[in-house]
Design a protein around this ligand. Structure first.
Ligand code: NAD
Length: 370
């Protein structure tokens, strides 16, 4: 049966439109070569939306994002917007999407393609073949907890306050995402907190354990303190399959894991919300990199992070594992052929532009069309 889905594209600023354009070609290819009917809508987010409408995301674009089966975003921001007030800055458009779609689980895979293992700052044997997934809680914890603020004490000193808060349901819903992912991968979850010094960490460990016993005992669960996890990620990252952690630790650990792979232009991400009555989950997919104004519009950007974000959409929003694998295998093929954009260029390799990388990935996909 034909899979019919509506995808909202939000290319945004800088290299966003460059990398989204290549992903669009893959969607057209799938519409012609697989039993899918993807309808693509497009709208503005970030600085370009501010230029056109005075806001970084219009109510109409927000409504389209809520109605779409999934959203693919390029990047937002640029130096020309740095002086704007915070509430109309480009990032505010992205934050509004995350908040109103209630995207509580941020998925950041760290995959090292063998052809790129030398780009990592760690030794090849430590990272080659690495494939881990970090699930970060995105809407709770210390970044949102109350009370917060800066106050002046009677003796004239100032005091800054943030509060780490988690509830049972917040912990359960993000842990369930991690366990579900592990079921489709290596069946191992590491739950990461600081239960030795934080009550919220002790609650996190107890609640993850309770959920595991109740619903996911087929998946192996390990607990690890966040400081140890930071060390283990550089000592022996291949011991991990899925890591689930809170907003603060996830912020740090996902960036640390990302750098094991060596290049910003290769890193996809997904942010997932709750599942509705029809089994449909709100979801936003985007590359980890920013708008790279230094190379925007020059056919220099690496489109692979966005292309791999789209492959995540196929896998996690549409349950289309086969086309997702076709895309991921094609990226691997192209890297094995020695084709590189500037950011991942190495000695003896052939440099291509953004469109050239798109051409090469499409050509590799043709091999799978037969
Ligand atoms: P950046 O990720 O845009 O760029 C960092 C460096 O990596 C630059 O040298 C850039 O050329 C390079 N780079 C990034 N992506 C690349 C790609 N796909 N191919 C080749 N090279 C790539 O980060 P920055 O320079 O700190 O920020 C630039 C702008 O992007 C700022 O306005 C910032 O606020 C915004 N930003 C947006 C997001 C987002 O949209 N999610 C994330 C981070 C930064």
């Amino acid at each position: 049966m034909t899979v019919k889905k509506t995808i909202l594209m939000l290319p945004g600023d800088g290299i966003g439109p460059d990398v989204i354009a290549q992903t669009r070609r893959l969607i057209d290819w799938l519409n012609s070569n697989r039993d899918v009917a993807f309808t693509v809508e497009e709208d503005l987010v970030g600085g370009c939306s501010h230029d056109a409408h005075g806001v970084p995301l219009t109510d109409a674009a927000m409504a389209r994002a809520q109605a779409a089966d999934a959203v693919l975003l390029g990047a937002v921001g640029g130096p020309q917007y740095d002086g704007l007030p915070f509430d109309v800055r480009p990032e505010a458009g992205l934050l509004r999407l995350r908040k109103e779609m209630e995207l509580f689980a941020n998925l950041r895979p760290a995959v090292v393609f063998p052809a790129l293992a030398d780009h990592s700052s760690l030794k090849r044997e430590v990272v080659e073949g690495l494939d881990i997934m970090i699930v970060r809680e995105l809407t709770g914890g210390v970044y949102f907890g109350e009370p917060r603020g800066i106050e002046t004490l009677p003796d004239g000193q100032r005091r800054g306050i943030n509060t780490q808060v988690y509830t049972t349901s917040e912990i359960h819903r993000v842990a369930a995402v991690a366990f579900d992912l592990a079921r489709k991968r290596g069946k191992l979850v590491h739950s990461v907190e600081k239960m030795n010094v934080m009550e919220s960490g002790r609650l996190w460990r107890e609640e993850v354990t309770a959920l595991h016993e109740k619903s996911f005992s087929d998946v192996k669960l390990e607990h690890m303190l966040a400081d140890n996890c930071a060390m283990q990620l550089v000592r022996n990252p291949k011991q991990f399959d899925v890591i689930v952690t809170d907003n603060l630790f996830g912020d740090m650990l996902s960036d640390e894991a990302a750098m094991l792979t060596g290049s910003l232009g290769m890193l996809p991400s997904a942010s997932l919300g709750a599942t509705d009555g029809q089994g449909r989950r709100k979801a936003l997919y985007e590359p980890v990199h920013g708008s790279a104004p230094d190379i925007a519009g020059q056919n220099l950007a690496n489109p692979i992070a966005t292309i791999l974000s789209f492959a995540m959409m196929l896998r996690y929003s549409f349950d289309l594992a086969e086309p997702a694998s076709v895309i991921e295998d094609s990226v691997r093929d192209v890297l094995n052929q020695g084709l590189r954009t500037g950011d991942i260029m190495g000695a003896g390799m052939t440099q291509v532009g953004t469109a050239g990388m798109g051409d090469a990935i499409l050509a590799a996909m043709e091999k799978y069309a037969a």
